[in-house]
Design a protein around this ligand. Structure first.
Ligand code: 5AD
Ligand code: FES
Length: 349
């Protein structure tokens, strides 16, 4: 029989638990205190109190996909669509560099306007202007050759959440033309090419079960990603899931801590979605084991338009002060923002 402490202790030492043990941990709040304390210790052992910042540039909200949960899905006629020009993107990077950012994340919908040629031109230009920076792409599913071309142009990292590892659950969240299998293939291709890869999932997405979450953890064990991004699912009114409930802060934090103990080396962001469902969500995420924050570097005029979910934070005029405000918030949680690329620290590297 396990006491609270030794189930958590077991997870730390083995970096793994049985499905039944994981279920026990995920389905009650009884272990939370021990879990967060242990996760914070492991995070400190591997990364100290450092928090890495990534400048997020949301450069297009056009999307050819129709995911049922997402506010910028193709069929949302109420979304005001925008694209940044190459010069605007470069301007965001220059501003970000001056603010101390050494990683730029180019995120967008799957927008056919941004052909491989255009993506490569943008990536090469950033690489030329900022040779000391990491360039992260987050632009969805592409053929392997496209991923290779972006890599050759100078991209280093790629974020592609698997969303849910379970085929049947995936099919409840996406139209038929998208599949969990295709998604996973893309992730393994990215890894083989040599990207630092980030995956992840939404917590509390419609129809999600504890079994689904356990399958997500098992998939991540196979993939061994460098980054793992998770955040609560947040309902958006202009989607087919308008009547579904959002995910909770509690379960998201519990999973952040479990991820830290299973993947001690991983870069784990305290996500914008976490900051959106609770005023101190990101600070609480850091205390549960997260070590990355991704402030928005997009021009203020487009921030509200990149609306994956409702009430997204940092969309107002105050957003320009994000860096200073965030610094304060991170310090109040007991950590410090550092200006560094913040590459993964794998023990085997
Ligand atoms: N709530 C929370 N997260 C969402 N995402 C998309 N729509 C939502 C939503 N309604 C997440 C997905 C995607 C990432 C960019 O944003 O996990 O991979
Ligand atoms: Fe965005 Fe403070 S973190 S305004």
């Amino acid at each position: 029989e396990n006491t609270n402490e030794n189930l958590v202790e077991l997870l730390r030492t083995q970096r793994d638990l049985s499905d039944e043990q994981l279920r026990t941990l995920l389905e009650t709040d009884a272990y939370d205190e021990a879990l967060f304390a242990e996760a914070d210790q492991v995070r400190r052992a591997h990364y100290g109190t450092e928090v890495y910042i990534r400048g997020l540039i949301e450069f297009t909200n056009y999307c050819k996909n129709n995911c049922y949960y997402c506010g910028i899905r193709r069929d949302n006629r109420h979304a005001t669509r925008y694209r940044l020009t190459k010069d605007e993107i470069l301007e965001c990077c220059a501003e970000g560099y001056a603010l101390g950012f050494r990683t730029f994340v180019l995120q967008g919908g799957e927008d056919p306007y941004f052909t491989d040629k255009r993506v490569c031109e943008i990536v090469s230009a950033i690489r030329k202007n900022h040779p000391d920076c990491a360039i992260t792409l987050s632009i969805g599913e592409k053929p392997r050759e496209s991923y290779q071309a972006y890599f050759d142009a100078g991209a280093n990292r790629y974020l592609l959440r698997h969303e849910t590892a379970d085929d049947a659950h995936y099919a409840k969240l996406h139209p038929v033309e998208l599949s969990a299998q295709k998604r996973k293939e893309c992730l393994f291709n990215l890894k083989e090419i040599g990207y630092q890869v980030g995956s992840g999932f939404m917590v509390g997405s419609p129809y999600q079960t504890t079994d689904n979450l356990i399958a997500d953890l098992r998939f991540l064990q196979k993939l061994q990603p460098d980054m793992i991004g998770i955040g609560p699912y947040i309902t958006h009114a202009e989607t087919p899931f308008a009547d579904q409930k959002s995910g909770t802060l509690e379960l998201t934090l519990r999973l952040v801590a479990v991820l830290r103990l299973m993947f001690p080396y991983a870069l784990l962001p305290a996500t914008t979605a976490l900051g959106t469902i609770h005023p101190e969500g990101r600070e609480l995420g850091l205390k549960a084991g997260a070590n990355v924050v991704m402030p928005n570097l997009s021009p203020v005029r487009v921030r509200k338009l990149y609306e994956l979910y409702e009430n997204k934070i940092c969309t107002g005029e105050e957003a320009a002060q994000c860096r200073g405000c965030l610094e304060q918030r991170v310090r109040s949680a007991g950590y410090e923002i550092v200006t560094a690329r913040g590459d993964v620290r794998r023990e085997d590297a």
